[in-house]
Design a binder for this molecule. Structure first.
Ligand code: NDP
Length: 337
C-alpha cells in the first residue's frame, strides 16, 4: 500500500521534502469493514490549508499522517452487509492505494458508473461550490456582468458556464493566453483576461464597461485589486477562495488598503460573503445534482479534467496546482478501473 504522508509543515510554497512516500502491507478489513482500492484521487487547493497548523475551519493533517483527499474507490473486499465487491464509492480516503472503511461517509456510485471521476469534479465538491456560491450568494440576474477568476479551473469554469445559462455577461480571468482562449472558445465566456498581463486592471475596466455585478472570488491579491473599483452598487461577492495567498508567509507590503475596501463596501452597499461548501450547502446536494446532471446531459456544460497518471506524481501535481500548472479539474489516476 503506497501512501503519501505529511513529513513537515511547509513555510511558503510546499516542496517535495514536506512529504514522504511510504510503502506498507495492504490492510485487511475486519467484520463490518470494507477494503477500498483508490482509483481516482482529487487534488484541491484546500489541501494547502490542511498542511498548516494555523487555526482554520478544519483540523490539520498530523505529521506522518496520510494526506487527506476525496477519492473514488472500488470495493475490493467486503465484510460489511451493505457493500459488495466491485461496487464504486466516493470516499475521503486520501493519498493512498488502499484504505479501510466502516461505511461511514461513503457515497455509493453503483457497479458501473459511466464517468466515476466526475464525482470529484463537476458532479462533486467543486460543482456544488460553483453552483451554490454563484446562485445562492451571487444571485446573478439576466443581463448582469459576472466576473470569475481561476476561470478554467474546477470551480471557475463551472461558475462562468452557469452564469451564462442564467443570461449573464461573463468575464473570466485566467493565467496565460491558452487558458484565456479556452475560456472563450470552449466554455463560452464573453471574454477572458490574462492576470499575468501588466495592464490587467485597464483591460478589465474596458471589458466590464457596465461595471461588475457579481464577482466570484477564487483568488484574491492583485486580481481583487483590479476588481474592487469596478464593483457596481449592490454588487455581490461570493468569497470562495484566496489561492494567491495560500503560500504567503506575511501580509502584502504597501499602504494599508483596508479603509478603501471598507469604504467601497459601505457606500456601494456591496454584499461579500464567505462560505465553506459542505458545512453550508452539503444538505442541498440533491438540488445541485439534479440541475447539473441535466445540463451535462443536454450538453450545456463543458467539463475539462486534468488527469495525471500515478500516485507517485501527486506531490508534483499538487505543487503545480498552487502555481496554475493544472488546466481543468486536477485528478490523479491511482489504480486501474
Ligand atoms: P483550480 O482548478 O481553479 O486550480 C487552481 C487555479 O488557481 C490555478 O490553476 C490557477 O489558475 C489559479 N491560481 C493559482 N495561483 C494564482 C495566483 N497567484 N493568482 C491568480 N490565480 C492563481 O482550483 P479549484 O477550482 O479547485 O479552486 C478554486 C478556488 O476555490 C480556490 O481558491 C479554492 O480554495 C476555492 N474553493 C473553495 C471552496 C469553499 O468551500 N469555499 C470549495 C472548493 C474550492 P490560472 O492559471 O488561471 O491562474
Amino acid at each position: 500500500n503506497r501512501q503519501w504522508v505529511l513529513a513537515s509543515r511547509p513555510v511558503g510554497a510546499p516542496a517535495l521534502s514536506n512529504f514522504n512516500f511510504l510503502e506498507s502491507e495492504k490492510p485487511t478489513p475486519k467484520q463490518g469493514e470494507v477494503l477500498l482500492r483508490t482509483v481516482y484521487l482529487s487534488l484541491d487547493p484546500y489541501m494547502r490549508g490542511r498542511m498548516s497548523d494555523a487555526k482554520s475551519y478544519a483540523e490539520p493533517v498530523g505529521i506522518n499522517e496520510v494526506m487527506v483527499g476525496g477519492t473514488v474507490c472500488r470495493v475490493e473486499a467486503s465484510h460489511h452487509p451493505d457493500y459488495e465487491i466491485g461496487e464504486w464509492v466516493v470516499a475521503y480516503s486520501g493519498w493512498q492505494d488502499y484504505s479501510i472503511s466502516d461505511g461511514s461517509g461513503l457515497l455509493k456510485l453503483g457497479k458501473a458508473p459511466a464517468k466515476p471521476s466526475y464525482a470529484l469534479g463537476v458532479m462533486g465538491m467543486p460543482g456544488l461550490t460553483a453552483y451554490m456560491g454563484l446562485l445562492d450568494i451571487g444571485q446573478p440576474q439576466a443581463g448582469e456582468t459576472v466576473v470569475v477568476a481561476a476561470a478554467t479551473g474546477a470551480v471557475g469554469s463551472l461558475v462562468g458556464q452557469i452564469a451564462k445559462l442564467k443570461g449573464c455577461k461573463v468575464i473570466g480571468i485566467a493565467g496565460g493566453e491558452e487558458k484565456c482562449r479556452s475560456a472563450v472558445e470552449d466554455l463560452g465566456f464573453d471574454a477572458c483576461i490574462d492576470h499575468k498581463s501588466p495592464d490587467l486592471a485597464e483591460q478589465l475596466a474596458k471589458t466590464c464597461d457596465k461595471g461588475i455585478d457579481v464577482y466570484f472570488e477564487n483568488v484574491g491579491g492583485k486580481v481583487f485589486d483590479a476588481v474592487l473599483p469596478l464593483l457596481n452598487p449592490s454588487a455581490r461577492v461570493p468569497l470562495c477562495g484566496l489561492i494567491s495567498q495560500y503560500n504567503a508567509t506575511e501580509l502584502p507590503k504597501g499602504p494599508d488598503r483596508m479603509p478603501m475596501l471598507m469604504g467601497t463596501l459601505l457606500v456601494k452597499r456591496i454584499k461579500m460573503q464567505g462560505f465553506i461548501v459542505f458545512d453550508d450547502y452539503g444538505h442541498r446536494y440533491n438540488e445541485f445534482s439534479q440541475d447539473m446532471m441535466q445540463w451535462l446531459q443536454e450538453g450545456k456544460i463543458t467539463y475539462r479534467e486534468d488527469l495525471v497518471e500515478g500516485l507517485e506524481n501527486a506531490v508534483e501535481s499538487f505543487i503545480g496546482l498552487l502555481d496554475g500548472k493544472n488546466f481543468g479539474k486536477l485528478v490523479i489516476k491511482v489504480g486501474p478501473d
